[in-house]
Structures are given as structure tokens and as C-alpha cells.
Design a protein around this ligand. Structure first.
Ligand code: GLC
Length: 498
């Protein structure tokens, strides 16, 4: 071999060695990064842990806070709001009523025909309208004017048989799914906004007064006969079909619960004890907090950057508005600290609330062998392409951690209510069924969340008690429930039609 050839061979060998070294180094770096990403995931999983003992502590804390909130105004983070609903539907309600259901990015207007005993709901029609985002943070006049206009349009399509007799007003059940301090069944003031609404001039305002003003402005003669939270509407709607319903839980954009309490067990209640002896309480459990809640740094950052820092902590762990956002935050950390998606952090991953819970749910339920749905969601929403199967599996794991924690905490909350009303155990010689009406998009559409909630509640209750507790999906019960409550609080009750 000539000198030149030897030289060339040496140079080649050196280059091959260098390249091989580079590959090894790259592999070492990427395996180190991978290990870091897995470590972030594992640490997150550990902090989100909800072993049964912790859930029992959460349930006990819920029970304690319920007592405190019932004892005095401001006695607890739980407002335990008095709804002025002391009689739930009996099934005898009849007549034609309107309902308005406002509580998220959409609102619904409904027309309900109640048939009285044995006939149930004879007919209902509804329309759904989405609220332009600028109205969720604008002025209260603008929001109520917009709603009144939609309601007027809907009333305009009223069939002839629906027109009220001369001299009578149309009556409305108004489901307003925010914390309201009620002053009667049909009046109350807004305590604060939740779920991304932030209209300053509406806080402390008379909610029905505002709506009525807008209805008058547009020339619609309609009386608000009942003002209810969605949990109260769902409880009323559930009771119409099943007299064993004792509580209602919403798992949607936000989360909350209502239940039937004995009026004498409400020390802060200074009204007349109703004949029924009962009073429905809107817990506003979204605002529950306890040192037993498994809060992580991601939850703390989400809370600090939210529109309502320090508020609605339970809601921020459980409800549909936040689950996808928690997953995004954990993924962002993995991208920043472990180059999980390559050398640069995908810009879209930095956009708050870009990953919505329905998309998280779709990824979590992906059954394709190559996790194609996960790959497509990452590409379409976050503009991250070329993800490996290994990476997609991590994303699914993240979804699982966040959804499981939320579902198990919701189950613990339900156990807290059952404890408060003494239905968490079976008394000797007594087998009383208790039905809890559940509604909301998260419960309805996020199957793994629902299944986990149901199995956790069974686990917490034990076999014997679990047999007496039924979770029933009250499909869109809150609108019908509001119409039912409008019927039972109609100004024309007992007045013969002329
Ligand atoms: C939020 C509201 C509450 C409502 C719940 C479910 O928590 O504050 O009033 O019931 O969302 O919509």
C-alpha cells in the first residue's frame, strides 16, 4: 500500500471513529434526556397519588367543611348556599314554561310542556347559542342584552298553542350556574364569577334584576319565577323522574354539588322552617380546599396564572376547564427540561388552554396500536410531528394520571356528602336507596373518568353500602329542572284560567 493510501485509510478510520463517538454521545445524551423525561413523569405521578387513605381524609375534610359552611356565613371555603328550594318536584307540575340555562361558553333556551301526573314532560324544544368570548369579560349589560335578544328570538318562534292566555305573563326558570347568594327563590346576588367569566360590574348585582331589565328593554314580557344553580336544576330534574334522588353533581366545565339537607341542621338558616323540613343546599364545592388535596407545582402555577387565583381549587383539579391545561403544563416542563420534543420547545405548547379536555380525552381513549389519535392531536393542536410510539405512550400516561386524580377526588367529594347525611353506611334493618344525579360534559363524554369515579366510589363505600348508592346520568336535567321549579313557584298556582 502506498503512503497516500495508508494516509487516506487512517483519515477514514479516524472519521468513522469520530462519527461513531458522536452517535454514542448522541445516544447517551438522548438516553439521559429520556431518563429525565421519565423522571418528571414519575415524580408528577407520585405527587398526584390518591391512595384510598388520602381519599378518606378528603371525604372527612369535605364533611367537616360542610358543617362549618352551614353553621355560619363565611364559616368555610364551602359557601353552602341556601337555594330556597324546600320542595322538590313531585311529578304533578303542569303547564308551559320557559327555561334559560347559562353557565358556560354556551347557553340554552328551552320551552317545556309539563303534563302533570303520569304524563311527565310532554314536549320540549331548545336552542343553543354560543357566547362570543368578548362578552364573557365585558359588561354585564352587554351579556344580559345578548341573552335577552336570543330569548326573544326563541319566543318569537313559539307555536300558537303555547301563547299565554290574555293578561298572563310567560314564566321562566333561570339556571345561572355561578355562586349566587339567594334572597328568595327568584332573586339573588352574584358572589363571584368562575369558569373563565370575569365581568366586574356584575359581582354583587341582582342577577334576576339584570336579566329582567334586559328583557324589558327588548319588550319581552316574561317573569323569572325561579333562579337556580345547575346543580339545583339537576336535582329537581332528577327528582321528577326518581323520588330517591338526594343529591346532584355537575362534572363539566366546572364542578359542583347540591343535596337535600334537613333545615334544622342549617344553623345559619334564619328563615321559617319549611313544612317539608328540607332545604336544598348548593355547596359550591368547586371552592373546597384542604391540605389533603394532592396539589403539584403545576396546579399551583395554573392557579396563580388563572383569572381567580386562590379560588376554586377543587374545581381546578377536577373539572373539564382545567384537565387538558394541566396535561399541557406537564408536557411543557418535559419539553423544556428534557427536550422531550427535540432541541426546541414547540411554540404552541406554550399557549395556555390550547389543549382542551375533549382532545385530552380523545388521546386517553386511543386504542390504535400505533396511538395514531395521539400522534394526530399532537400534530394538529400543538404542531408537533414525528412523535415516536414511545413518546405517545408517555402522553397517554400523563392523561391517565390527571384524569384519574380528578375522578378519584370527585368520588371522595361524593363520599363526603353521603357521610354528612348519614347515607355512607347501611343501618341495621334499613336498606334505603340513595340516587345521585350526575350531569356535565366531563361525566358524559370522558368514559375513563366516569368509570374511574364509579369504581372509586364503590371501593370507598364497600360492597354493602355501595349496593344502596346509585349514580344516575341526568341528561340535561338542569334546564327541565328549572322549568319544573318555575312551575312550582308560578304566580298563577291555584288561579283558575279565565
Ligand atoms: C362552577 C360554578 C357553580 C356551578 C359549577 C358547574 O363551579 O361556580 O355554580 O354549579 O361551576 O357548572
Amino acid at each position: 500500500m502506498g503512503k497516500v493510501a495508508v494516509g487516506a485509510a487512517v483519515v477514514c478510520a479516524a472519521a468513522v471513529c469520530a462519527a461513531a463517538a458522536l452517535v454514542v454521545r448522541h445516544r447517551m445524551i438522548s438516553s439521559r434526556k429520556w431518563a429525565r423525561a421519565v423522571a418528571i413523569l414519575k415524580e408528577f405521578e407520585e405527587k398526584c397519588g390518591t391512595p384510598i387513605l388520602k381519599l378518606r381524609q378528603v371525604a372527612d375534610a369535605m364533611d367537616v367543611e360542610m358543617h362549618a359552611g352551614l353553621a355560619s356565613e363565611g364559616g368555610s371555603k364551602l359557601n353552602m348556599l341556601i337555594s330556597f328550594v324546600d320542595n322538590l318536584p313531585t311529578g304533578d307540575e303542569e303547564g308551559l314554561y320557559y327555561a334559560l340555562d347559562l353557565g358556560g361558553t354556551n347557553f340554552r333556551v328551552l320551552r317545556v310542556h309539563l303534563g302533570g301526573k303520569d304524563n311527565g314532560v310532554i314536549g320540549q324544544e331548545f336552542e343553543e347559542v354560543s357566547i362570543p368570548p368578548h362578552l364573557m369579560t365585558g359588561s354585564s349589560d352587554a351579556l344580559f342584552d345578548f341573552i335577552a335578544a336570543a330569548l326573544a328570538k326563541f319566543v318569537g318562534s313559539e307555536p300558537e298553542g303555547f301563547h299565554p292566555p290574555p293578561g298572563r305573563q310567560r314564566e321562566l326558570g333561570f339556571t345561572f350556574s355561578f355562586p349566587v347568594r339567594q334572597t328568595s327563590i327568584a332573586s339573588g346576588t352574584l358572589i363571584k364569577w368562575t369558569k373563565g367569566f370575569n365581568i366586574e360590574d356584575a359581582v354583587g348585582e341582582d342577577v334576576v334584576g339584570e336579566l329582567t331589565k334586559s328583557l324589558e328593554k327588548i319588550g319581552l314580557d316574561m317573569r323569572v319565577a325561579a333562579l337556580v344553580n345547575d346543580t339545583i336544576g339537576t336535582l329537581a330534574g332528577g327528582r321528577f323522574y326518581n323520588q330517591d334522588v338526594i343529591a346532584a353533581v355537575i362534572l363539566g366545565t366546572g364542578t359542583n354539588a347540591a343535596y337535600v339537607e334537613r333545615a334544622h341542621a342549617i344553623p345559619k338558616w334564619h328563615g321559617l322552617i319549611p313544612k317539608s323540613g328540607d332545604m336544598v343546599i348548593n355547596m359550591e364545592w368547586g371552592n373546597f380546599r384542604s391540605s389533603h388535596l394532592p396539589l403539584t407545582e403545576y396546579d399551583q402555577a395554573l392557579d396563580a396564572e388563572s383569572l381567580n387565583p386562590g379560588e376554586q381549587i377543587f374545581e381546578k383539579l377536577i373539572s373539564g376547564m382545567y384537565l387538558g391545561e394541566i396535561v399541557r403544563r406537564a408536557l411543557l416542563r418535559m419539553a423544556e427540561e428534557a427536550d422531550f420534543f427535540g432541541d426546541t420547545v414547540p411554540p404552541k405548547l406554550k399557549v395556555p388552554f390550547i389543549l382542551r379536555t375533549p382532545d385530552m380525552s380523545a388521546m386517553h381513549h386511543d386504542t390504535t396500536s400505533d396511538l395514531r389519535v395521539v400522534g394526530n392531536k399532537l400534530k394538529d393542536i400543538l404542531e408537533i410531528s414525528n412523535t415516536s410510539l414511545k413518546m405517545r405512550k408517555i402522553v397517554v400516561e400523563l392523561c391517565d394520571i390527571v384524569a384519574t386524580r380528578g375522578a378519584r377526588l370527585a368520588a371522595a367529594g361524593i363520599l363526603g356528602i353521603l357521610k354528612k347525611i348519614g347515607r355512607d353506611t347501611v343501618k341495621v334493618g334499613e336498606k334505603q336507596n340513595s340516587v345521585i344525579a350526575l350531569d356535565g360534559g366531563l361525566f358524559e363524554h370522558y368514559t375513563k373518568f366516569r368509570v374511574c369515579l364509579e369504581s372509586t366510589l364503590k371501593e370507598l363505600l364497600g360492597d354493602e353500602a355501595a349496593e344502596t348508592i346509585v349514580i344516575e346520568h341526568a341528561n340535561d336535567g338542569s334546564g327541565i329542572g328549572a322549568a319544573l321549579l318555575a312551575a312550582s313557584h308560578s304566580q298563577y298556582l291555584g288561579v283558575e284560567e279565565s
